[in-house]
Write a protein that binds this ligand. Structure first.
Ligand code: E4P
Length: 253
């Protein structure tokens, strides 16, 4: 059978390796065709969020306690108000990180954050109680982002716990002379092998080439600073070409 010029195979639901393999191939074809890479901005700075939003390419925002502190946002009421302000600026998902490190604390904090706005994604650290909390939130339909992920094994656990997003920190791995992008490839392979729906959110993106490499490797999302996103715009031949076009236009007008 053909749908939109693509051949669709119907595979009998048998528990043998052949059927499982064919299903995996089909899943890859479908995801490759229909899912676009998302761009998140990694900041708590409202001006920068607004600027990225105005560009028309923003799909969401990620924050963390360090980024909030950098903007001078301290104290629970101010932090809550800041998340609300971010949600008003953008349409997509806004990751808000819990401070608690025990299951009960993470659940309490995460539920309060999720109640602020349906855009809020509860960001949980990649620790034992974080995984338990992730499972708890995913069973309740609350979006999660498992953060501080530095290995394929951690990413596998996050997917098993039903995380909406997993955040491998590629820049911090590069910082310690370990290939951050290789981790994206490993996670992509593992998730595709089993059809895990957890989205790979490449975090700790430091520059424009990180974004391009993540796109090549099939990362579902990247979160980076405005400078890295704006770097995608730039090419000297574009500037030279535009200057020439405008100069030539002026000659005849
Ligand atoms: C985002 O979710 C992460 O917290 C962030 O990307 C970490 O980036 P950094 O390593 O540049 O601090």
């Amino acid at each position: 059978m053909f749908i939109n010029d693509r051949k669709i195979l119907f595979i009998p639901l048998k528990k043998d390796r052949t059927s499982k393999y064919l299903c995996t191939i089909l899943h890859k074809e479908v995801t490759t065709k229909y899912i676009q890479m998302k761009f998140f901005i990694d900041t708590a700075n409202l001006d920068q969020i607004q600027e990225a939003q105005a560009l028309g390419i923003l799909d969401g925002v990620t924050t963390n306690p360090s980024l909030m502190a950098k903007e001078g946002i301290t104290g629970q009421p101010n932090i809550i108000n800041h998340y609300k302000a971010i949600c008003e600026l953008v349409e997509g998902d806004v990751s808000a990180e819990v401070i608690a490190t025990d299951f009960d604390g993470m659940v309490k904090e995460g539920e309060a954050l999720a109640a602020l706005n349906p855009q809020i994604v509860v960001k949980l650290p990649m620790i034992k109680d974080g995984i338990k909390a992730c499972k708890y939130f995913s069973s309740k339909g609350i979006k999660t982002n498992v953060t501080l992920v530095f290995s394929a094994g951690q990413a596998l656990l996050a997917a098993k716990a039903g995380a909406t997003y997993v955040s491998p920190f590629i820049g911090r791995l590069d910082d310690i002379s370990t290939d951050g992008l290789n981790l994206i490839s490993e996670i992509r392979l593992i998730y595709d092998n089993y059809g895990f729906e957890t989205q790979i959110l490449a975090a700790s993106v430091r520059h424009t080439m990180h974004i391009i490499d993540c796109a090549k490797l099939g990362s579902d999302v990247m979160t980076g600073p405005l400078s890295a996103i704006e770097g995608l715009l730039k090419h000297p031949l574009t500037d030279i070409g535009l200057a020439k076009f405008l100069a030539d236009y002026k000659k005849g007008n």
